[in-house]
Design a protein around this ligand. Structure first.
Ligand code: SF4
Length: 347
């Protein structure tokens, strides 16, 4: 099997080209072809000598994985299914992930997957239900950006697809490095948001090492209730997570938001709103209230609109900006919590 170049930095590429007896500047040419010109084969890199390209192609390939299928929602949201290799840690069985392109005016946001399946086991999430099939490699994360039909027009990315991004820290951070570096896609970090349920050791690293935005899946301000739907609460409690976030500055360009999926009769009361206000008081942040899409064997429905509105108003009146996030791509099972990575024949 050939070694993939996608995801490599100019320094990595320099080592490779020198090993192959090619001039050092070839590394910059390769990076430019892959990340700026979005070339998918070594053959396309025509400012490298033909002999040089042939030598490289003996052992290496760019390594963009194409999508296996795409589905388009009535609202223009597009869901792509990607085959992935079984992964490095515990990967077995089903190996497919989904990426969702969400158009919104002049923005096109890609909701990216970071793992095949997920080992966090949130009870309300279809990805969590299927178990863990492996971490995505850097090139598999970047392929989601490069292989889709809208590759040239993406404006933003959210790591909110399948998997817990901070559980696959090194590959996610390497992909973000490629996306934000001058030699890479040269995106501003403001265009990228990483969403986590609060894996504290990796969250601390992320806050120290990255300038991208942060979204935290909060869903319930009471630890014992949160634990009943999110097993992660046992290891890293929501109080500790918010405490860590408070040590960082979010008054500048970097933003933190909290995701709050609304379950009827579970977490949508005034008592919950007030506890959430106490938890987040004084923190520069926003709360996104999310409509829940019912899944089998989970006892709650989505809160009625009136309850969501009341919840939102209570937060807003307390000085916490809260929005009700529009649901996108529901008809193609592309909305929050619905990604399951299934090929059409069910495999
Ligand atoms: Fe994993 Fe996120 Fe689903 Fe929880 S909500 S199981 S962290 S993908």
């Amino acid at each position: 099997m050939k070694i993939k170049l996608l995801g490599k930095t100019p320094d990595d590429l320099k080592r490779i080209v020198e090993e192959e007896g090619l001039p050092g500047f070839t590394a910059k040419q390769i990076a430019r072809w892959m990340y700026v010109r979005k070339a998918v084969s070594i053959e396309e890199m025509t400012d490298i000598s033909k002999a040089g390209r042939e030598k490289l192609a003996e052992k290496y390939e760019v390594g963009v994985t194409g999508y296996a299928s795409a589905a388009v929602s009535r609202d223009g949201t597009k869901k792509y299914l990607f085959p992935v290799s079984p992964g490095e840690n515990g990967g077995s069985g089903q190996a497919a992930v989904e990426a969702v392109m969400i158009p919104d005016g002049d923005r096109a946001t890609l909701c990216v997957s970071s793992q095949s399946g997920c080992r966090m086991g949130c009870r309300f999430c279809m990805t969590g239900r299927q178990g863990f099939h492996g971490h995505l490699r850097t090139e598999e994360i970047l392929s989601q950006f490069l292989a889709i039909d809208e590759a040239g027009s993406l404006t933003n990315a959210v790591f909110m697809g399948m998997g817990e991004p901070l559980d696959n820290y090194d590959n996610v951070m390497r992909a973000i490095e490629v996306l934000t570096a001058d030699w890479g896609f040269a995106w501003s970090p403001k265009r990228i948001t990483v969403s986590t349920i609060g894996v504290i050791p990796a969250l601390k690293r992320y806050l120290d090492e990255s300038r991208c935005h942060l979204a935290v899946s909060l869903h319930d301000p009471f630890p014992e209730e949160r634990l009943s739907i999110m097993p992660v609460e046992k290891a890293w409690g929501i109080g500790e997570i918010v405490g860590l976030i408070r040590r960082y500055d979010f008054s500048g360009q970097r933003r933190v938001s909290f995701e709050y999926t609304m379950f009827a009769g579970f977490n949508d009361s005034v008592r919950h709103a007030d506890a959430l206000i106490r938890l987040l008081k004084g923190l520069e942040c926003r709360v996104n209230l999310i409509r829940f899409h019912r899944i089998p064997d989970f006892p709650y429905d989505c809160s009625p609109d009136i309850m969501m509105k009341r919840f939102q108003e209570r937060l807003n009146n307390a000085g916490i900006t809260a929005t009700i996030r529009a649901s996108r791509g529901e008809d193609i099972l592309a909305a929050c919590g619905m990604l399951a990575g299934r090929f059409r024949d069910g495999k």
